[in-house]
Design a protein around this ligand. Structure first.
Ligand SMILES: Cc1ncc(COP(=O)(O)O)c(C=O)c1O
Length: 396
């Protein structure tokens, strides 16, 4: 048989999706599963977005411009303005989700063998995008005991080598819920400038910030236009994961022109989904107020329930809708699979994401899981109770 590529062999499985066959089997066996494993919110998509697609009378579903439709990018620039981020429509390339934006960006700014420093644990697919582009991930390890704050800037600086091209943060963070302060962002910016690096922020959870905190975007930094690139998406903001619309925003024209070449090669982002995304920008603030209140309630419920389990450690997430939880077990891959295969309470069990896949450092995260609080309060309480009872009988 012809062989597949080394890159292909190295591509990691998604830690979030690899347990799906066991979940499917559990469902076939009649079990109900509480899905805490995946960031698919149960929140309704704004009516304005869905209505715009229903009302559309388009007769030819044509390609849009490679950089995204003019009207959408113009309205997006106005959206950023509302968030104190001044950008021009020409600073935006619309992509098929943040995923494609990351892939185009990695390809545009880094060569095989180059290094990207990422605060760890991180969104698991960063490994997939770096593997696909031959880029090496250098982790800046963050600790649950520090609530996943950045390591000191001196420690961070020691990670920089002649191969380093960029620093990537996710703000607020998936999987940690960590929210970077303005000071931390400024420190990273100073470092990026000093060593002439790109500073990339994945800000797909920008709106999901709690406890009266505010989100500080890297595009608000002064004198950093050549260095800063934001990755964004409608997936979580409007609970529109299936629209597959994201974007890349930067004032660095060379970066944008390079990204655009990749965008041209794939022709265009989805036309209907851009119509929905453009309309979604008219979503009233009350929608976000309700959604944020709901997530705060879920987070508080989840953390409170988890803290009552002996041997469990959990940080205090300030944003997004995830947290990393340390469990009194040795291997969360085995535990997560066992929950699906061998455990239930009255026919109900839980699916969690083993956290090993959110680390590039071998051995880290093995006793941790990521929980996405994308279910309502009652379901969360039941799901945590299942974990609690499971831990009483589970043998590593
Ligand atoms: C941090 C982060 N970045 C990017 C993505 C991918 O987003 P999209 O659905 O826009 O491709 C996700 C999806 O969960 C995410 O959590």
């Amino acid at each position: 048989m012809p062989t597949i590529s080394k890159k292909g062999r190295l591509m990691p499985e998604s830690p979030i999706r690899k347990l799906v066959p066991f979940a499917e089997q559990a469902k076939k066996d009649g079990k109900h599963i509480y899905h805490l494993n995946i960031g698919q919110p149960d929140i309704k998509t704004p009516e304005v977005a869905l209505q715009a697609v229903k009302d559309n009378t388009v007769e030819i579903l044509s390609y849009s411009r490679s950089e995204g439709s003019e009207t959408y990018r113009t309205k997006l620039a106005a959206y950023y303005k509302k968030h104190d981020i001044t950008v021009d429509p020409k600073d935006i390339v619309v992509t098929t989700g943040a995923s494609e934006a990351l892939l185009f960006l990695f390809s545009s700014i880094m060569d095989p063998g180059d290094e990207v420093i990422i605060s760890e644990p991180f969104y698991a697919n960063y490994i997939a995008f770096s593997t696909a582009t031959g880029v090496n991930v250098v982790p800046a390890i963050c600790d649950i005991d520090d609530n996943f704050a950045l390591p000191s800037i001196e420690t961070f600086e020691k990670l920089i080598t002649p191969k380093t091209k960029s620093i990537l943060i996710c703000n607020p963070g998936n999987p940690t819920g960590y929210l970077y302060s303005k000071e931390e962002i400024q420190q990273l910016a100073d470092l990026a400038k000093k060593h002439d690096l790109f500073l990339i922020a994945d800000e797909v959870y920008r709106e999901f910030v709690y406890d009266g905190e505010t989100h500080y975007s890297i595009l608000q930094l002064e004198d950093m236009d050549e260095h800063t690139i934001v990755i964004d998406s409608v997936s979580k903001r409007y609970s529109m994961c299936g629209a597959r619309v994201g974007c890349l925003v930067s004032r660095n024209t060379t970066v944008l022109q390079t990204v655009l070449k990749y965008a041209q090669a794939r022709l265009s982002p989805p036309t209907f989904a851009q119509i929905a995304s453009e309309a979604a920008l008219d979503t009233p603030q009350s929608y976000f107020d309700d959604v944020i209140a709901e997530y705060v309630d879920r987070r508080d419920t989840l953390i409170k329930e988890l803290q009552q389990i002996e041997g469990v450690k959990v940080g205090s997430p300030k944003g997004a809708f995830y947290c990393i939880v340390e469990l009194p077990i040795k291997n969360s891959d085995n535990f997560a699979q066992w929950l699906l295969e061998h455990f239930d309470i009255n026919g109900e069990t839980v699916m969690i994401a083993p956290a090993g896949g959110f680390y590039s450092t071998p051995g880290l995260g093995l006793n941790q899981v990521r929980i996405a609080y994308v279910l309502n309060r009652e379901s969360l309480i039941k799901a945590v109770n299942i974990i609690k009872e499971a831990l009483k009988v589970y043998k590593d």
